[in-house]
Ligand binder design. Sequence first.
Ligand SMILES: Nc1ncnc2c1ncn2[C@@H]1O[C@H](COP(=O)(O)OP(=O)(O)OP(=O)(O)O)[C@@H](O)[C@H]1O
Ligand SMILES: [Mg+2]
Length: 234
Amino acid sequence: MSLLKTVGLRASYGQVDVLLGIDIDVSEGEMVVVLGANGAGKTTTMRAVSGTIARSGSVVFDGQEIVSQSAESIVRLGVAHVPQGRGTFSELTVEENLRIGAYIRKDSIESDIARWYETFPRLEERQNQRAGSLSGGEQQMLAIARALMSRPRLLLCDEPSLGLAPLVTQELFEVLKNLNEQDGLSVLLVEQNANLALKVASKVYLLETGQVVASGSAEAIAGDERIRKAYLGG
Ligand SMILES: Nc1ncnc2c1ncn2[C@@H]1O[C@H](COP(=O)(O)OP(=O)(O)OP(=O)(O)O)[C@@H](O)[C@H]1O
Ligand SMILES: [Mg+2]
């Protein structure tokens, strides 16, 4: 069943059209990756889905048209966005960041905090430390944990590996994969490291200048010679 479906999704910055009509489909429980060069429109696509920029076309989440909804109501519907770069409040502590991530919830969040501390032990060790003083990898873990505090059904994750050492990246992807496979969390992931992304994703969309130029199963994309040459280093 389709959880997220965009049809003809368009967005622009000022006079410049950046998304020229993006069609993306994420099934319930699926991990989908968006690949593409710098400036292709990957981040803009994530923003257009989460409602953090103006957009047009159609975005259907769980059967409901959300293209005109506010970013906050989209979070309430179950879409959490971990933006590219800083997804944390640097002046607040680790724990304060986690609590803020649950702002839409009225039920008890203590068990969630305990759960994400278990998943990310380094966050527990640093629970009273300012987020801004964490390492890049720890900040990315915090950004993901904070997004998960809203108990999303769909996690939008924009280049979580940016600037991270290979081992930390691997650790992060392991967590995302487990969340997807064991908890059934649906994930739409932007990733520059295509080889890594193809290992965890079931479906791939390739973006070029605001358009989807190729899509298919991770296997099909990995086996496509043109795509391999352009994006996978041969
Ligand atoms: N706030 C902005 N104002 C004006 N133009 C922008 C803005 N943000 C992005 N753009 C432009 O929109 C295009 C798409 O940018 P976007 O950030 O979506 O690309 P991306 O695929 O995420 O790239 P990267 O891999 O570098 O993160 C680029 O040409 C970029 O210069
Ligand atoms: Mg980007």
